[in-house]
Ligand binder design. Sequence first.
Ligand code: ADP
Ligand code: ZN
Ligand code: MG
Length: 471
Amino acid sequence: MKSTQAKTVIGLEVHVQLSTKSKLFCSCPTEASEPNTAVCGTCLGLPGSKPFLNKKAVEMAVRTALALDCQANREFFFSRKTYFYPDLAKNYQITQFEKPVGENGFVVLSSGKKIRIRRLQLEEDPASLVHEGSAQSSAFSLVDYNRSGIPLVEIVTEPDMDGPKEAREFLNALVVTLDYLGVFVHGKNALKADANISIEGSNRVEVKNVTGFKAVETALLSEEERQRKTISGGKKVARETRGFDEKTGSTFSMREKETEEDYGYIFDPDIPPVSMSEKYLAGLKSSIPELFSQKVEKFKKSGLPDYDARVIASEPVIAGIFEQAIKQVKPLTAAKFLTREVMGILNYNKITPREAGLSEKSIVGLLKMIEGGLVGEKNAKVAMIKHVLEKKDPCDFLEKNNLLLDLGEKEIGKALEEVLAENPRAIADLRAGGAKAVNFIVGQVVRKTKGKANAKIVQELLAKKNQKHLM
Ligand code: ADP
Ligand code: ZN
Ligand code: MG
């Protein structure tokens, strides 16, 4: 049984699209609605067409390398990786080999464990193949060259992850960093990975071209199980390249593993090597915003517990709102509402903070009302839901619908009298020192007033009455 106890070893080659407006080597747009409309001679690989390097893409790649604690090379160049496939019209992909943009970085997981990054390189995406039916049994495939030439960074890790869960956590942490940098394109093709996985002491398998976080985790889980079963069945795991079928959630054999030598990398003479001055590189470095770990430290200094600081810092949009909010309300007020209510509502509706189009101003306004005791918890949440789902301004909504805690003490007192008269048993409990009875009575008053009585004031009135034996 020794083999089943052996450790799982995972290393990832992650491809992410950089958020440039135009492609890496031509001026075609990176977005298009109809297939094969964002194309030109260069990205179609027509003879005589020449590539021009996109400066913005270079800057984004260098900034990403720096943010991932890589050593950024001041000089690097591009190479041609030769292979024949319909997604690659010129029969070679322009990528990097000998000298990439960055080397030797790392990402820190919440456990404190470091996942080392071997290299970060800039390359073009091939075209996308649209298979009729499934990739394995397709009668024909269509090619869309809109994707051909889209700028990607490929991030290659060392085999430092010990399971699919850790791989998923790594990807999440990676995307948080990319989000802070503003270089990540969310959406369908947002992230693709080649997932390398082995069981200690056995051969490694590379699962090619898995699209999306969830798919990477699923592919790894199913491949881990397959390899462990193979080993415990007394067979050997073959060194091979496998594909992932999203429909079945399992991997399938594609081919024997190719080696880097098979690609015959050669320096691309069409693109001059990039050479950056110290000053230029320093400029890029200083353009890097505060990232996750710095935000966590900062939020903790403002008084948040570690957990809340991490939850907020892991969502750049929420972190931004939090930082604006604490200029006007207490950090704990903001943190509590943002993590429990705002993020709760978003999760429930399966909307990401970025997609939600949250208004910083609206939410800060609402937080001020909460802190000022102008709105109860329940109605604050209702107003937030209206903001998320219907883009309504929460403060406006509360006012228009008469949901503010605007009852005066006199009216609250009247409602309290009524509640007490209706609940003689609660009074008895209260006299016997029951804290539950206090909550019950306050709850009844809030309900009777349709949420317009401030619970704090009800509590004060009740305490006063009790002290003076007025019940
Ligand atoms: P190749 O030459 O096959 O591309 P590399 O050494 O360049 O191999 O590694 C490619 C990826 O495979 C890297 O992400 C690396 O972390 C991962 N890797 C290397 N060895 C293992 C292993 N034993 N198990 C799982 N992944 C591995
Ligand atoms: Zn083009
Ligand atoms: Mg490789």
